[in-house]
Design a protein around this ligand. Structure first.
Ligand code: AHG
Ligand code: MN
Ligand code: MN
Length: 334
């Protein structure tokens, strides 16, 4: 029988190889367990009574879905008592969430988008959870917003779980990017791809084209040249894929390459962009870079952006390295 590597074994071996501490291993196990609960809730769909609006709004001014709220609660509860965290921040909460006094505190800060792509939940399209792990600064026991505001390069781990036809956890602790598929009978994540490599070149891209009239000139030119295809300046045909779940779009890139773009445009420039740096762009940038891809704002490496707020938004261009570099060339011309 071919040997399967459960997530636990993978993490223990990574710990033995000096790639993580037992505390980080526990943190990842706990997040993975929470993702299993979220996966269960999502897969019940209408039968579980989990679809539809929660009737509340979040700090982003967005209407929350029932599953946004539930996923946030599952992640908070799972991470409260393990003793591995000093604090938690979430897309769904304005301020950092303290670890209850009843429990010991650890050295890590956990940030997450509990459910990404939630506009897709009710139509049964893939959604996901994104998370990022930072170190709590020395001597800080009650972390405040300022302690979370560290650049992406400071991340010690990042990952996402995609709830699709299968549930897949994609993880990095800074030694490559690896994928684990949930065996639903066993309730165990099993290593299904070690050292994912994102192809450097691609002919596939993802962007919300309905924003075209709001795009900057360089985005107009860049996408125009892709659309011109074989007889245009790029000399090849390109294909569009847009799921509107960042997790699902990034997972496609992890699987077969491509680019994902949410540039700043006239519609969202005031806010800085559409996607959030701390729990969407940075963890995805870490995962994509560890798989040999690139992630940028168009003018700066994503992981070097200095965060100015927990919910700060940024332009995002990530994926196949050479195509991301092409976008940056166009951005420099403006
Ligand atoms: P969230 O559901 O966590 O708010 O994130 C949604 C994000 C991302 O998943 C997706 O790429 C993007 O928003 C889609 O935005 P629009 O469809 O509004 O353009
Ligand atoms: Mn999101
Ligand atoms: Mn979300």
């Amino acid at each position: 029988m071919s040997q399967r590597t459960p997530l636990t074994r993978f993490l223990i071996e990574a710990e033995r190889a000096g790639q993580m501490t037992p505390e980080l291993r526990l943190l990842i196990e706990v997040v993975a367990r929470a993702c299993k609960s979220i996966s269960n809730a999502i897969s019940k769909g209408a039968l579980g009574g989990v679809l539809g609006d929660a009737g509340t709004g979040n700090v982003q001014g967005e209407a929350q879905k029932k599953l946004d709220v539930l996923s946030n609660e599952i992640l908070l509860e799972a991470n409260a008592w393990g003793g591995h965290l000093a604090g938690i921040a979430s897309e769904e909460m304005e301020e950092p969430h303290p670890i209850p006094d009843a429990y010991p505190k650890g050295n890590f800060l956990l940030l997450f988008d509990p459910l990404d792509g939630s506009s897709n939940i009710d139509v049964n399209v893939s959604v996901g959870t994104i998370f990022s792990v930072l170190r709590c600064p020395d001597g800080v026991t009650e972390p405040a917003t300022e302690h979370f505001l560290q650049p992406g390069t400071a991340q010690v781990a990042a990952g996402y779980t995609i709830y699709g036809p299968s549930t897949v956890l994609v993880l990095t602790v800074g030694h490559g990017t690896h994928a684990f598929t949930l065996d639903r009978e066993l309730g165990t994540f099993i290593l299904t791809q070690r050292d994912i490599r994102v192809p450097e070149d691609t002919q596939e891209y993802a962007i919300n084209a309905s924003n075209q009239r709001h795009w900057d000139a360089h985005v107009q030119r860049y996408i125009g040249d892709l659309l011109a295809g074989k007889t245009g300046p790029r000399g090849k045909d390109f294909n569009t894929r847009w799921i509107a779940s960042m997790v699902a779009d990034v997972h496609r890139i992890m699987t077969r390459g491509g680019t994902f773009m949410y540039p700043a445009d006239a519609k969202c420039r005031e806010k800085g962009g559409r996607l959030r740096l701390m729990y969407e762009a940075n963890p995805m940038a870490f995962l994509v870079e560890q798989a040999g891809g690139a992630a940028t704002t168009g003018t700066q490496r994503m992981m070097e952006v200095t965060p100015t707020g927990l919910h700060m938004r940024v332009p995002v261009i990530l994926g196949s390295k050479n195509e991301v570099a092409q976008f940056e060339r166009y951005a420099r011309e403006d």
